[in-house]
Design a protein around this ligand. Structure first.
Ligand code: CMP
Length: 139
């Protein structure tokens, strides 16, 4: 059975461009309830741990340097079938290929700086939300 929670974070370029509040608003408009939120910055080592499944990929160094380059907004959101619903809502990984009206189309810069992360499975959602939040920080 699919779960009702997923992990998301607004990436550094979108934060720098002032898109934090518009993206959070768009998330809520999509029917997702924000049940945890934290503005924070990853160290390089933390970014490498978070994206550990991509270690060895050609973009790993660029991805982890970028993700530790500035503040992010980390969130846990809730909706029925959250992982799949949210991945559809944010659009394709590459903003250039994302459908009109999706978060990545509206606020993404390129495939690396694609505005927002969304967990790709229920299993990874659990791992990723516990990377950033304790049980007491999720409401
Ligand atoms: P995200 O959903 O955060 O999960 C992994 C990230 O790796 C992905 O978004 C992209 O930002 C990034 N990524 C995937 N493919 C590439 C690529 N070819 N070049 C740069 N970054 C990539």
């Amino acid at each position: 059975m699919s779960g009702n929670r997923t992990y998301t974070m607004i990436k550094p370029t979108a934060m720098r461009k002032g898109y934090m509040a518009p993206i959070m608003n768009k998330i809520v408009e999509g029917g997702f309830k924000i049940i945890a939120a934290k503005m924070t910055q990853l160290s390089k080592a933390e970014a490498e741990a978070f994206y550990g499944i991509h270690r060895g990929r050609p973009f790993f160094e660029e991805l982890t340097s970028f993700m530790s380059s500035g503040p992010i907004m980390a969130m846990v959101i809730e909706k029925e079938n959250a992982v799949e619903a949210y991945r559809n809502y944010i659009g394709s990984t590459n903003p250039a290929e994302a459908a009109e009206g999706t978060i990545r189309k509206m606020y993404g810069t390129n495939i690396g700086e694609n505005a927002i992360h969304g967990s790709d499975s229920d299993e990874n959602a659990k791992i990723e939300m516990s990377f950033f939040f304790t049980g007491r920080e999720m409401f």
